[in-house]
Design a protein around this ligand. Structure first.
Ligand code: GLA
Length: 740
């Protein structure tokens, strides 16, 4: 039984052989956090790990005590995980243990995405009720431990059992108190076209913050944090990762206090969230996932990848190899008609593409981005036979058909806005700020969600559509809900996300065969919440190979390869104008949900022949690339950042693909090897180089090496080619390893 309750010593031990979490009732009845880390022996007493007096804050020595659900104004001067404003204006909460339950499996969270089990034996859940006797408020801490993953899922439900309203002002899904400050903090930062770059820095006294107040998880920061020891590497050492299963505003912070202990928090952003709880009402937080790894950052990522891929993502596409798609956006932008699209789809089919995706511009009168969002009716000027007519011609070619939508938005120049100006978010009497010429629909209103469901159901049900790219291209301003009373305006941002999830749920239920890909100006809503509905996300609008190496590396800290939309686009690249070899662009995009983002009709015969070869090669290795274990080998964020290497290895370690990428060519670089990981030391592998080179200076395109050698001495890049054959900037090589 992975959740063990010791009634005499009043402690719970959650363990699964991969990690342990120990909680205990403190002497004053509060809930203490005793341990999170590598597995501990079951059936032992760990109360002494509470440190400090085992008494909570009653004796005013509360600071160093580790609390499971800290509250403010209590003698614990660190940041709270739950704060409430009572009807009398006070905010003291004295939460004491009242009851607990141990459940087989994992209950779903109503209205919110969460990890799940397929069989109750896969997890156990502990629910601990804490009661504030004075107000009648209860907080239930819900912790799930998975049998097969080194991870804990946590959410909190607050119930108002009192007789006056209370206002929740802070509710953190994760709150971890760690006993020492010898950690470094890793977070993911970026911008449009430069998402999720890795930042690693020592913890400083005080508070370090990662957050979004943009209404979505954002391009700039990610709802993810990791703490690692200074000595932790990809392959070894301790790492704790936190990820929020949520797509809106969030706050993640680390507080290093006067005792050099650390409190780590992740949850709804208190600056844009409040929730009014009437007597009898309850509110449940989003879920946070905490991963503990004793096998480095790689071990942490491996746990996130497997958990998110198999027990967060859901639906018919979860375990299926993803289709190689061609998206017309960068190939045509708004300039297309049915004939041009069928021409592109036909060429794409000939190259080996599985799915043709029609991006923005097919509806309303959408010749530019300043009109028609909201009018989900086909533009018959461009597509005289409708979406169904086009879809039928494309599917008659023997490939699948998909479309782009941006449901949550409206242009002021649209029939929808003219009919329902009050559906767009804004404060009455004040101008609304536009961004990309568009406004945001109030997804917190049932009639808006119903309208969108009906409009999109009509489109998706009208034609053989098997893929949808769901975009969201602006951030939120002038947040105000017309349907909400003044005292509930602080709920607006969260209600928006709840409405968004409801629409996703209804559409994915109605069209289970459709593969959904989420998008937000590229990777602006690449989070664990979205993954529950859309098993893949557009990683970035930036498809330049060298930029993508960094973006995909950073994204892979928390997200599996199968979730990362990755396309080959034309050069000069539309975002950074860099010219990289076609093979390099593919060698990066192969480690993702692979596709093309260009007009194949405009390619010359040589490039097209290369694409045929690329797609065939990819399909032969897709299973290992998308569903194997992904290991980061050499970081573009360390040293000079000039070289990057990573690999995917099949679960049985008999097949692997290694990717090596070099930004700038340097004279006489010396011998270089990459130490591989995850192979079987006793196995010999046939190594084949892709793309194979016919350069006379290339020594060999194929050779054999032992797994032990490849992991210790490493794979020598110049076994493959003398430097002259790898001359030039922006080079890449893939190595396919097959057990012999
Ligand atoms: C966003 C997306 C792009 C494309 C455009 C269409 O920028 O990230 O991929 O779909 O919108 O307007």
């Amino acid at each position: 039984m992975p959740i063990e309750w010791q009634p005499r010593s009043q402690q719970w031990h959650l363990h699964n052989g991969r990690l342990s979490v120990v909680l205990g009732v403190l002497e004053n009845g509060q809930l203490g956090q005793l341990y999170l880390g590598a597995p501990l022996t079951p059936a032992r007493d760990y109360r002494h790990l509470a440190r400090g007096p085992f008494a909570g804050y009653d004796n005013r020595l509360g600071d160093p005590i580790r609390f499971e659900l800290p509250t403010p104004d209590s003698g614990d001067y660190r940041l709270p995980a739950l704060a409430v404003r009572h009807a009398d204006g006070s905010q003291v909460l004295d939460l004491r243990y009242a009851a607990h339950r141990i459940l087989a499996g994992k209950p779903a969270i109503e209205g919110l995405p969460s990890t799940y089990t397929e069989d109750a034996a896969e997890a156990d859940t502990l629910e601990i009720d804490l009661l504030d006797a004075t107000s009648g408020l209860t907080a239930t801490v819900r912790l799930t431990i998975f049998r097969d993953h080194g991870a804990i899922a946590r959410s909190i439900t607050v119930r108002n059992g009192g007789s006056t309203p209370a206002r929740i002002t802070t509710l953190m899904s994760a709150s971890l108190d760690l006993l020492d400050g010898d950690w470094e903090l890793i977070s993911l930062h970026g911008a449009w076209s430069r998402e999720r770059h890795v930042v690693r820095a020592a913890l400083l006294p005080g508070r370090q913050v990662t957050e979004s107040l943009r209404g979505s998880s954002s391009l700039e920061q990610s709802p993810f944090l990791a703490l690692v020891r200074p000595s932790t590497t990809e392959a070894a050492g301790e790492a704790i990762g936190l990820s929020l299963v949520y797509s809106g505003d969030f706050l993640a912070d680390a507080q290093l206090d006067l005792y050099s202990t650390v409190r780590l928090r992740l949850g709804l952003h208190p600056d844009s969230f409040e929730w009014l709880l009437e007597p009898g009402a309850e509110f449940t937080s989003p879920e946070a996932i905490t991963v503990h790894s004793s096998a480095g950052l790689g071990g942490m990522s491996d746990t996130f990848h497997r958990l998110f891929r198999t027990r967060l993502a859901r639906g018919e596409w979860r375990d299926r190899p993803r289709p190689v798609l061609l998206n017309n956006w960068e190939g045509t932008y708004f300039d297309f008609d049915e004939e041009r699209l069928v021409g592109i789809a036909t060429t794409a089919r000939d190259l080996g593409v599985d799915l043709f995706v029609l991006d923005d511009g097919w509806f309303g009168v959408r010749d530019s981005d300043d009109r028609s969002l909201g009018d989900w009716v086909v533009d018959t000027r461009k597509l005289p036979n409708g979406i169904d007519g086009l879809a039928e011609r494309v599917t008659a070619l023997g490939i699948d058909f998909g479309i782009w939508i941006e449901p949550e938005m409206v242009n002021a120049n649209s029939d929808l806005f003219r009919a329902h100006p009050d559906w767009a978010i804004g404060v009455p009497g004040r101008p609304r700020t536009e961004s990309r010429q568009q406004l945001v629909l109030d997804m917190g209103r049932a009639e808006v969600v119903d309208y969108l469901y009906d409009a999109l159901e009509a489109v998706l049900g009208s034609a053989p559509i098997s893929y949808v790219k769901w975009d969201m291209n602006r951030t939120m301003t002038e947040t105000y809900g017309l349907g909400l009373p003044p005292e509930r305006q602080g709920e607006m941002r969260h209600r928006y996300i709840l409405g968004l999830y409801q629409l996703y749920q209804r559409l994915t239920d109605r069209f289970p065969h459709i593969l959904f890909e989420s998008c937000s100006s590229g990777g602006g809503r690449f989070d664990a919440g979205m993954l529950a509905y859309a098993p893949q996300a557009w990683t970035s609008d930036d498809t330049d190979a060298m930029e993508r190496v960094r973006i995909q590396w950073g994204t892979s800290l928390a997200f599996p390869v199968s979730s990362m939309g990755a396309h080959v686009s034309a050069v000069p690249n539309h975002q950074v104008a860099r010219i990289t070899p076609l093979a390099t662009r593919a060698a990066v995009a192969f480690f993702g949900a692979f596709g093309y983002e260009l007009d194949p009709v405009a390619m010359d015969a040589r490039d097209r022949a290369q694409v045929v070869d690329q797609i065939a090669w990819f399909k032969a290795h897709r299973e290992t690339l998308q569903y194997g274990r992904f290991l980061r080998l050499q970081s573009p964020f360390e040293a000079t950042g000039n070289d990057t290497a990573w690999m995917s290895v099949s679960d049985d370690a008999r097949h692997a693909v290694v990717g090596w990428y070099r930004e700038l060519s340097r004279a006489i670089p010396g011998p270089r090897s990459i130490a591989l990981r995850g192979l079987d030391p006793a196995t010999r592998y046939r190594v084949r180089v892709w793309p194979a080179s016919d350069d006379t200076l290339v020594r060999r395109n194929e050779f054999e090496r032992g797994g032990d050698e490849l992991m210790s001495a490493g794979l020598f890049i110049d076994d493959v080619a003398r430097e002259s054959a790898l001359r030039g900037d922006f080079q890449a090589r893939l190595f396919e390893l097959e057990a012999v």
